[in-house]
Write a protein that binds this ligand. Sequence first.
Ligand SMILES: [Zn+2]
Length: 444
Amino acid sequence: MTNNGVQTIERGKFVLRGGRVLAMDGVADVPPCRDVLVEDGMIAAIGTDLPAPGAEVVDARDMIVMPGFVEVHWHMWNSLWRGLSHDAPGYFALHRLARVYSTEEHYVALRYAATEAINAGVTTCHNWANALRDEDDAIAQAQALADSGIRARFGYGRLSGPALTEADFVRMQAWLDAHGDGLIDLGVVCHDAGNLRSEVMAARAMGLKTIAPHADLAGALDLLGPDFIFTHGPGTPPAFMQLLAARGVKIGLCPTTDPLIGAGLPPLLQFLDNGVALHDIGLSVDVTCQTCVDPFSAMRTVMNSARIAKKAGASFSEIIFRPGDPNDPTNGLMMPQTMLEMATANGARVLGLDAITGMLEPGKRADLIMVRTDDINMLPVAETDAAFQLVQHGQPANVDSVMVDGRFLKRGGQLQGVDVKRIMQDAARAHRNILARGKAAAGA
Ligand SMILES: [Zn+2]
């Protein structure tokens, strides 16, 4: 069932020389250029003209070197539904297809999704596996993540049926320990409000890092805590945002899907105004059957939405002509650096993975990307605002190289150790077969 996994790619010793390093470590960007030394899958050092005996030199000139993107909520299993529905009712109607997936098609869907993610610079994803029928489905999905080499949270969940138990989590944890290469850990996603309480208790008994509900939370408000991830956000009443803030619940905005279905722009300022901490808010891919993996456009949408919200009520001429505040170079507007932190370090914090990923810092795992600035939509300028270029100009095509845990999964613009053509063919075949089976089941 597996398709040439990346496990054979070695974690080498590399020095990335002369890139514009955006470390996302809370320290201001230090232009112009620095080196990053990677050894044993870890960031060993960051500095200028680093000595690196025995290291393979990677030319990072004209590149921005930064942490890989960390997304916090993604129904990867339904990536196969591309081109079928552009709205919310249509999307939810397609959930009938969950019954007709083969076990192998769970593998195919996850491999397809993870490969797109890596290509776009995502180094950590939260697989919101909410349609597992049995343990075979779960293992097929986890195997695809392991074969892809991406770092992942495996959010174990069921659309319906009995609640997951501690025994289910113990068995899945054992599988991940044995086969996950240290890159995949376990969480729970809860869809059935009736199962929520017992699943939360079981997850907490196991010490799982995240509890990710789409279920109605009305009967479970006492359970809310910092291990919860609340997703989406448009239309959330201020009082509920305040409750989430008080309980330390983490937030996953969905900047690509919520506007598409008409739900609203990502309500970043509203969450902040109601007390949610900025560092508790990350970005979700949500689904790729309706959008593509594009962390750059996600950041752009969140930043520009926040600027629109900030200027609400001002006339157009006021916005255009009112002089800025000389004491505030941001003019009160959301800035690109904040978006980059949200898409990297904050995402890691939302997932409880901030001790190991989300920033470039000696001792953290080497999850990083190199973004070309000599493509036609960018400009290789060493001392301008690199964050600004990334957020407003960047696109996945500019992602030259992607490293996860010290392994190059993309290098020189090419995905490594993976048969992309086969992954595409498998995904297209699975798409056709699932639709045909869905039609047959509907007619039966
Ligand atoms: Zn979701």
